[in-house]
Design a binder for this molecule. Sequence first.
Ligand code: RIB
Length: 322
Amino acid sequence: MAADRTSPTGAASSTGGGGKDIAVIGSSNMDLITYITRMPSEGETVEAPDFAMGFGGKGANQAVSASRLGSRVLMLTRVGNDLFAQSTIENYRRNGIDTDLVLPTQAASGVAPIFVDEESRNSILIVKGANALLSPQDVRRAEAQIAACRLIVLQLEIPLETVYEAVALGKRHSIPVLLNPAPAQPDLELEKVRDCQYIVPNESELSLLTGMPVDSLDDVRNAAAVLLEVGIANVIVTLGSRGALWMTRTEDRLIPGVAVEARDTTGAGDAFIGCFSHFLVSTGDTAASLEMANRYSADSVTKRGTQSSYASKEEFEEILRG
Ligand code: RIB
């Protein structure tokens, strides 16, 4: 897993001594996970067998998984002015993430009540709180630090204008941008994210983005082709346990998934993105990085919780050996 300093685009790294590998610009949440036997109907009270609280938010999860694997990560995010904020900042530090741009805000921290059923399916509510206040201006103020990174990673739990600003910053500085368009946002303007080097939707996000069906692998290919037409260089569609489909103008490759017994799939998509980003920056090899991401996210679904299910570098090396 030695990290060379080749950029994912093949260009020489623009990172100076103080630069990081990956800038994640995104959300921080406190996950409130209730394990249920079934959802209550209206007016009903149902006992649930278990509850756990953990650190989450798609941005935070992706940053933590990349950092646990050994990438140097800069996190631009907003936390609130409540009990959750300080522990969130400490969690970033414990995970070796640069917190210079974790911005305390006069608002509530983001929270995510999550329900996981006995089949390991989850339903998630998101209360954005401070995440909704991460602004394009925050991105502009952090331009120098972000421009010293080698990959920018974005999701959609922050305002779209902020996402567009980060894509533009990446273009200005020739830094590849990876967009995970999650949660699905019907208002996302594809033209404004066409300069992303990578877009990584799951099937339902792909369908929403393109207005096309994704019932078969051929449907998925046709829909992914629309994103290539817009100008995005690499489309990676995550297919759950079936793996991931990687398409460019010249590639069409299905990277098969890894069969495991799932206990809790919460945050598995973020584990995939964080791991993929880490290996992409380390090796520049997209296909090999996708294989790693499949294995890392498969391991995460065998454990409960969000970040609590992400393996460290040493644990992942052990999994690869085993
Ligand atoms: O992708 C899982 C994440 O979605 C959870 O951590 C939750 O906070 C929501 O952002």
